[in-house]
Ligand binder design. Sequence first.
Ligand SMILES: *Cc1c(COP(=O)(O)O)cnc(C)c1O
Length: 379
Amino acid sequence: MTRVVPARVRLVALRQQYDALASRIDAAIRGVLERSAFVGGAEIADFERWFARYCGTTEAIGVSSGTRAIELALRALGIGPGDEVITAANTFVATAAAIVAAGARPVFADIDEQTLCLAPAAVADAITPRTRAILPVHLYGRPAAMDPIAAIAARHGLPVVEDAAQAHGARYHGRRVGAIGVAGCFSFYPTKNLGAFGDAGLVTTSDPRMADKLRLLRDHGRSSKYEHQLLGYTARLDTIQAAVLRVQADALEEWNQRRRQVAAWYRELLPSELRLVAEEPGVEPVYHLFVVRIADRDVFRGFLEDRGIESAVHYPVPIHLQPACRGLGYARGAFPVAERAADEVVSLPMHPFVDRPSVEYVAAAARDFLATRVGAARP
Ligand SMILES: *Cc1c(COP(=O)(O)O)cnc(C)c1O
């Protein structure tokens, strides 16, 4: 029997995503070029309106990156020096960098073994008199445990700011992420589920005062051409990126749906020795990444690479152990669940154009790898 063997199973497929929408994207970019209004303009308001409606918030404020989105959301809440913000130890480093950029101190908490998102009990334990916000991360496109986290936040009078950079469109008990906390922070880095052709980000909120503050902060504190209410930033969403994003937004639901299909194939076909991130009723992930856990992760990755299967690790070093965070004073052992996960997680190819033969091929490779391992363990 001959099996269809893909030449290479890619982790992401940015070119295919562009090709699927190329004529509309080209026209949208050309429209900006022909008007030559490169900052501000209707494209930004159009995209913001679309995104707010999609998430179910009243406001969406486009900014220059996901990191800026988090930083400005914290600043808009008045968070700064002397304040602590609690977040997950296993997130992308930008979550912590944004807290520091706002002038505050990141306080990490451990994650749940099954979901790899913030463990609510760990959040409760991390609260101090200086805590000013809780920043859960919807890691890999899977919503964090928002109800328990919101209950803890409410008990302490703290705002919840969502890091939704990996979770455009994910739902938690019917609500879209970004519409659950006081603000949701999104990244449109090219490989995200909704990606620009460069850097871009956005904050969702249904608090009009917070939205006003964010609009000031992203644009030099400007309330009118020559009037500056505060000293802000050059942190606007780029007009060309907004035009590109508005076109790609029309494909987001379909592409998320295809990612879910790919995830369902992986769940059906991967050998049970690979541990998966837990699913539960009411929590609808959008599979920014498809992450499995396996001992000998690096050997496994080499085995996949030999078969033309790309993989990645999100993330091999928890943030509290990064050299950049040495000054925060955490030691190995501080967050055992996150540290163990960092040694075992591997991201398999996941994008809207992964087909079933590719998943079958990856699953067969995983089975073969496990077979060699059993063989090697024999005396
Ligand atoms: C991508 C990402 C960010 C940062 O977004 P940028 O647009 O790259 O600044 C923040 N948090 C998480 C979890 C991310 O994945």
